[in-house]
Ligand binder design. Structure first.
Ligand code: S3P
Length: 171
C-alpha cells in the first residue's frame, strides 16, 4: 500500500529539511536513510565510503531502503544516489508516493560547496563533478517520481511542504 512519502533528489536539494517538516505537518514518522545507515554501521557516510567503498555503501542503502519500505505512514528521505538502483526504485514506488525535489544546479552548488560531508563531491573541481553526476541522474529522478516539486534559492520551505502535502492527500 502506498501510504508512505519518499523524497528523492540530488544532494543538497532539501530532502531532509523538507522531509522533517512534511512529516510533522502530516503527523507521520520521519526516516532518513543516510541516518539509518550511519546508525547501523556506527560510522559516518564519509568513513563508510573511505574505508569500505561506494559499493559497500550502496549495498547498505539497498538493505535499509528495503527494510524501511515495509513500514507504514512514514516520510522517507533518501540519499541522492538511491535512484541509481532499480530495486530501490521498485521498493520505493511500491510503498510510497515518490516526490522529486527538482532543485536547480546553482542552488545545489551554493548549498553543498562548503560542506565536506559528501564523499562523491569531495574533489578538486566540485562544480564539474556535481554537473557530471547530476546529468547522469536527472532523468532517473524524473521518471521515478509520482510528483515533482521545483525548488530554487527563493523557494519557501512551507510552500514546498504544502504542495507535497496537497498532492499526497489528493492522490
Ligand atoms: C549520495 C548522497 C548522499 C549520501 C551519499 C551518496 C549520492 O545523501 O547518500 O553521500 O550518491 O548522491 P544526500 O543526498 O542526503 O546528500
Amino acid at each position: 500500500m502506498k501510504n508512505n512519502i519518499a523524497l528523492i533528489g540530488f544532494m543538497g536539494s532539501g530532502k531532509t529539511t523538507i522531509g522533517k517538516t512534511l512529516a510533522k505537518a502530516l503527523d507521520m514518522k520521519f526516516v532518513d536513510i543516510d541516518e539509518a545507515i550511519v546508525k547501523k554501521e556506527n560510522c559516518s557516510i564519509s568513513e563508510i565510503f573511505q574505508k569500505k567503498g561506494e559499493l559497500y555503501f550502496r549495498d547498505l542503502e539497498r538493505e535499509v531502503i528495503e527494510k524501511e519500505s515495509k513500514d507504514n505512514n512514514i516520510v522517507i528521505s533518501t540519499g541522492g544516489g538511491a535512484i541509481i538502483d532499480n530495486l530501490n526504485i521498485k521498493n520505493l514506488k511500491s510503498s510510497s508516493f515518490v516526490v522529486f525535489l527538482d532543485c536547480d544546479i546553482d542552488t545545489i552548488y551554493n548549498r553543498v560547496k562548503h560542506n565536506k560531508k559528501r564523499p562523491l563531491l569531495d574533489c578538486e573541481n566540485m562544480l564539474e563533478k556535481l554537473v557530471e553526476i547530476y546529468e547522469k541522474r536527472v532523468l532517473l529522478y524524473r521518471i521515478s517520481a509520482d510528483f515533482i516539486v521545483k525548488i530554487d534559492s527563493e523557494t519557501n520551505l512551507y510552500d514546498s511542504v504544502d504542495r507535497i502535502k496537497e498532492a499526497y492527500i489528493n492522490g
